[in-house]
Design a protein around this ligand. Structure first.
Ligand SMILES: NC(=O)c1ccc[n+]([C@@H]2O[C@H](COP(=O)([O-])OP(=O)(O)OC[C@H]3O[C@@H](n4cnc5c(N)ncnc54)[C@H](OP(=O)(O)O)[C@@H]3O)[C@@H](O)[C@H]2O)c1
Length: 278
């Protein structure tokens, strides 16, 4: 029988995950069907029980359930526990095990597009301190960074994330003015805030002129393809990357956990741009 997979969240109507995973199932010859389920918070617990009962093989978790699902699972990986969020669940012998592939997905996307940078122990500035910032910062801090600074509108959240990163590398919490003052000290600057998403597409969080000439600017947003942040960076001559490689690679890592196959991520980026994002 075809194995079942899915995504739970709300809203999920615009998610690219069903198209992505069903493409990979077809492409890899692995049998599977992936569906999106819109699940309001008050129905989360009973939905998880139901998915377990129908023998779902695995599922993704998105906004607003990434943290709320954790106590409903039988086991959570150390990385997901450190990040405080789960985006991928595997059912194994009737047990639901939670993982977080967001941060690793970011790192894989970075390695795919800028392989040298990841080996150079970069200094990184993260703008924002929400859920996505946590998953990216904690993986980069453990895996590649010599230093990772966090700046955020709500300074206390920057402090909390910076303290967590200090277990793995040097880290400082900054306000926006402090970050602008030392903008020349980073090899990678990552916007993880939701500023730049429709309808705030022309908004920018910090001033970026004065950054070192080889700095890579990254935005986790992929719709629009270029946020005001990336447009500014590109106009000033910097290298840029949007959130599509992260989206595709976090999905590829989930697909690998479910099937043992790591799919072709470059082909998927091209497919999503051609079909949904241009
Ligand atoms: N490419 C991918 O695969 C991927 C994966 C996950 C998320 N994302 C994207 O990442 C972004 C953040 O998601 P999230 O889950 O981390 O959201 P979140 O937990 O709600 O965090 C939002 C962050 O944005 C900041 N922010 C919001 N509005 C702001 C404003 N007007 N000025 C300055 N800062 C502002 C918040 O600052 P405060 O703390 O001060 O409120 C916080 O740091 C979203 O755009 C999402 O689409 C992409």
């Amino acid at each position: 029988m075809e194995k079942r997979y899915g995504l739970i969240g709300e809203p999920i109507e615009h998610s690219l995950s069903p198209a992505m995973h069903n493409f990979w199932f077809k492409e890899s010859g692995v049998s599977g069907d992936y569906k999106a389920y819109s699940v309001p918070m008050q129905e989360l617990a009973e939905t998880v029980e139901r998915l377990k009962a129908i023998g779902i093989h695995g599922f993704n978790v998105t906004f607003p359930h990434k943290t709320a699902i954790m106590p409903l699972l039988d086991e959570v990986s150390t990385l997901a526990e450190t990040i405080g969020a789960v985006n991928t669940v595997v059912q194994s012998n009737g047990r639901l095990i939670g993982y977080n592939t967001d941060g690793m997905g970011f790192l894989e996307g970075l390695k795919a597009h800028f392989p040298m940078l990841a080996t150079q122990k970069p200094s990184v500035l993260i703008i924002g301190a929400g859920g996505a910032a946590r998953s990216v910062a904690l993986v980069l801090a453990q895996a590649i960074c010599s230093r990772i600074d966090i700046c955020n509108r709500t300074f206390e959240r920057a402090l909390i994330l910076s303290e967590s990163c200090k277990k793995f590398c040097t880290s400082q919490a900054l306000n926006f003015a402090q970050a602008e003052k030392q903008i020349d000290q980073y090899q990678i600057i990552i916007n993880t805030t939701s500023l730049g998403l429709y309808p705030e597409t022309d908004h920018q969080v910090i001033k970026i002129d004065g950054a070192a000439s080889n700095t890579l600017f990254v935005d986790l947003i992929y719709r629009p393809n270029r946020t005001a942040f990336l447009n500014d960076a590109e106009r000033l001559g910097y290298r840029v990357m949007n959130g599509l490689p992260m989206l595709v690679c976090q999905g590829a890592l989930a697909f690998q956990k479910w099937t043992g196959v790591y799919p072709d991520t470059k082909k998927m980026e091209d497919y999503l741009i051609r079909t949904f994002l241009s």
